[in-house]
Structures are given as C-alpha cells and as structure tokens.
Design a protein around this ligand. Structure first.
Ligand SMILES: Cc1cc2nc3c(=O)[nH]c(=O)nc-3n(C[C@H](O)[C@H](O)[C@H](O)COP(=O)(O)OP(=O)(O)OC[C@H]3O[C@@H](n4cnc5c(N)ncnc54)[C@H](O)[C@@H]3O)c2cc1C
Length: 395
C-alpha cells in the first residue's frame, strides 16, 4: 500500500490529525494496534481547555462532531487548615474548562473520519519505521501477518510507548523525569459530590474529585511509588478518599468499577521530527495528569502539524510550516510542563521514604495554597494557565 501520510495510532492526536488531512484531500491511512471495540476504552482525560475547544471549533470539529457543553468554572483546594475556591472562569472573563471524556472524543472523531471515507487499519501494530531520501516504510503485524506500507511521511501518534519514537533513537533526545509517588486513577459509579473539581492537599497525601459523566466521577489517590491497586482494596480506597477529601463516609457503598495506577512520568523529545518522521502528542511528550494538559497538548500538536502537511501536499507544495513544526510547538510544550510541574507541587508533597513525608515539601504546598487564597495576581495567572486561556496583553 502506498499513501502520502501514515498516521500511527488512533488516539485523540492521530484521529484529529487524520480527520483534518482527510478533509483537505491528503491521502492518509491510520494504523491502530487495538481492535475497533477496544479503542479508547481506558479511562483517561476529561478536562478540555478553553483554547482547545476554540481551536477544534475553528477547525470544524465542534458542534456536530464534538458538542462541548459541560463546563467547569471553579476548582477548590482543601488543606488541613483552609478551603480555597478559585472561580477561574470569572477570572478569565467567563472562559471555562469543558468536561469531555477522552473515550467519547475518540469514538466520535473516529466515526466521523470513517463516515467521510477515512481508512483505519485496526489490529495492526507498527513494529518498525525506516526512511531514506525517497520514501518511508512502516512495518506492521496483525492477525494476517506482516505487511509494509510505503509513504512519504510517517506521524507517530502512538502514545507513551511509541514505536515510531524508538525508530528515531539517535536522531532525537528524550528528556525524562520521574516523580517518586504514583496516583491511583479511580472511576466511581456516582454523580459528582459537587459540580467542581476538588484538589485535597491533605497531610496524608493528595486526593482529588472531578466530574466526568452524570453518573461517573473520577477520583485520584496519591500512593507511594511501590504500591498499586493490589494494595488498595475498594473499602480502603473509599475510606481514604473520604478522609482526604473531608467528605466522611460519602463514598460508602459506591462501586469503583475501574482502579488503575499511574506513574508520574514526564518527557519532552527534542526535536519532535526527523526527516520524514514526526512525533505528535504523548509519543513526543508526556506530562503528569496534574492540571489536565496531556490531551490538550496532543490536540495542539495535531492541528499545527495538520496545517503544515496540508500546505506540503496542497496546491502550493510548501513544506516550510511542517519543517518548523517542532520549533513552533516546543515553547508551548515547555510552558505547559512548567505549569504542570508547579501544579503537582501545589497539590501533592511526595513522601521521602515510605509514608514519611518531607516537612519542607508539605510547607511549600501549604504556602502555595495560602498564596492562591491571598494573592489576586497569582490567582489570575493560575486561572489563565489552568483554563488554557491566553492572557490579554492589555491586562
Ligand atoms: C488517568 C489520566 C488522566 C488524564 N487526564 C487528562 C485530562 O483531564 N486532560 C488532558 O488534557 N489530558 C489528560 N490525560 C492525558 C491524555 O490522556 C493523553 O495525553 C492523551 O491520551 C494523548 O493522546 P495521544 O493521541 O497522543 O496518545 P494515546 O491516547 O495514548 O493514543 C495512542 C494510540 O496509539 C495506539 N498505538 C500504540 N502503539 C501502537 C503501535 N505500535 N502501532 C499502532 N498503534 C499503536 C494506541 O493503541 C492508542 O490508540 C490523562 C491521562 C491519564 C492516564
């Protein structure tokens, strides 16, 4: 098979990129290792930035495909001593977050892509990518064996363990960092306790509460780096989340159908391209879930690269924008990493060893929450960075 662009991975980044290329008439094939039924079933993102919704709407993906309706206006920080409610939508001139579960976004963009005649090759795992001056070759394995796709460009949208990124080893640099603690990621079968996000910076550790769907609420629980779901039976999770959130026995009897563990890893790959191969989304950079930024960055990459590739394969045959893709995206990626790293330290102070917490880290965390309570300038900066609103240069 021969095409202009092979997109590896049908996550949010791959599907939005492919949707935009298909609409512009660029010959594109998506290769996905999961089956159609498995696609997007893992519980992941739910918070979508204001600027992401504006961007997707401007690209024609709002409304009929993605009807962003559920808004988040406020978040709350709970410490042992105080409760700080930040109305970030009010602080940004009425610009909220949107709540849209990632699996729903993936399902809808995938359906629209296929309705428009797009091709997704399911159950095809990419195992190798090679390139030379004339073409790139993508090897996949699936139920019918091995096949090779010949293409002009390969875009790795294949997430954290990217096979496409591995094919660039030696041509790019991966800057990695790992935090010592982990989060349990919990789906609770209950309506939200309140209509906003709660970040509990409790002396026993971090816990959070977030809206997802009317009958599903996302909970997070910070645990030591050597623990996972096996150490946390459901009654223990209910009790500990209730204690840290300060909601007592509100979770008693609530089903927790999904409990996963998440390592707090970060990475930025520089540059995010080499020759005919580009990296987009989690394949290029990883960010902790603090602040809800990963999918937003992935979608920002996808839209920027789509414009570059449409110019390259459109009537002008101009590759300038695609060549500049990394340089264009990296400043926003580092700014977002900086925000998320700071935010992780506001909501959690990792244990030094076992359950032994670092008093200095705990003090810093209290200090930041208290500053958010008292300093209107900090609150305003936070509101813009958190909701994903570019500050108005006029103030
Ligand atoms: C618990 C949790 C909560 C999060 N919350 C938020 C949030 O609120 N807001 C936010 O913005 N972000 C959030 N994120 C981050 C967000 O989920 C990711 O950044 C997002 O999934 C990145 O999208 P992607 O398309 O780059 O990669 P992925 O979603 O990982 O998609 C990669 C795709 O590639 C496929 N694939 C992988 N390897 C191969 C291969 N070799 N061959 C073919 N296909 C392959 C996979 O099956 C998958 O379909 C959260 C993440 C987690 C884990």
């Amino acid at each position: 098979m021969r095409t202009d662009v092979v997109v590896v991975g049908a996550g949010p980044a791959g599907l939005v990129l492919a949707w935009l290329l298909q609409r512009a008439g660029v010959a594109t094939v998506v290769v996905e290792s999961q089956s159609r039924d498995e696609l997007g079933t893992a519980p992941k993102a739910g918070i979508v930035e204001y600027r992401t919704v504006q961007m997707l709407t401007a690209e024609g993906l709002g409304g009929a495909v993605l009807d962003f309706a559920a808004e988040n206006h406020r978040c709350e920080f709970r410490t042992a001593d105080e409760t700080v409610l930040v109305d970030y939508a009010a602080l940004t001139g009425g610009r909220p977050h949107y709540v849209f579960p990632q699996h729903e976004l993936v399902a809808r963009v995938a359906a629209s892509f296929r309705d428009e005649g797009g091709t997704v090759l399911f159950q095809q795992r990419v195992t190798a990518v090679e390139q030379d001056a004339h073409e790139a070759r993508v090897t996949t394995t699936g139920p019918e064996g091995t096949q090779e796709l010949v293409t002009d460009v390969v875009v790795g949208c294949d997430g954290a363990g990217s096979a496409v990124a591995r094919s660039l080893a030696g041509d790019v640099t991966q800057h990695d960092h790992r935090h010592p603690h982990r989060f349990l990621v919990i789906s609770a079968a209950m309506p939200p306790l309140v209509d906003h996000t709660i970040y509990a910076a409790h002396p026993r550790g971090y816990a959070a509460h977030m809206r997802r769907l009317p009958e599903v609420t996302r909970l997070y629980l910070e645990v030591p780096g050597d623990q996972g779901p096996a150490d946390w039976p459901v009654p223990r999770i209910r009790e500990e989340v209730g204690r840290r959130l300060g909601v007592g026995r509100a979770l008693e009897g609530v089903e927790l159908p999904e409990v996963d563990v998440l390592d707090l890893r970060t990475r930025v790959t520089t540059p995010m391209q080499h020759g005919r191969v580009f990296l987009v989304g989690d394949a290029a950079h990883l960010i902790t879930p603090a602040g809800g930024k990963g999918m937003n960055l992935a979608l920002g990459d996808a839209v920027e690269l789509a414009h570059g590739l449409v110019e390259r394969y459109g009537p002008t045959r101009d590759g300038t924008r695609a060549e500049a893709y990394s340089t264009t995206r990296l400043p926003a990626i580092w700014r977002t990493q900086a925000f998320s790293d700071w935010f992780l330290r506001v909501i959690s102070a990792p244990p030094v060893t076992g359950d032994d917490r670092d008093g200095f880290g705990l003090g810093l965390r209290e200090g930041w929450v208290s500053a958010l309570q008292r300093d209107p300038l900090l609150r305003r900066w936070f509101a813009h960075a958190y909701a994903g609103v570019d500050p108005d240069p006029e103030g």
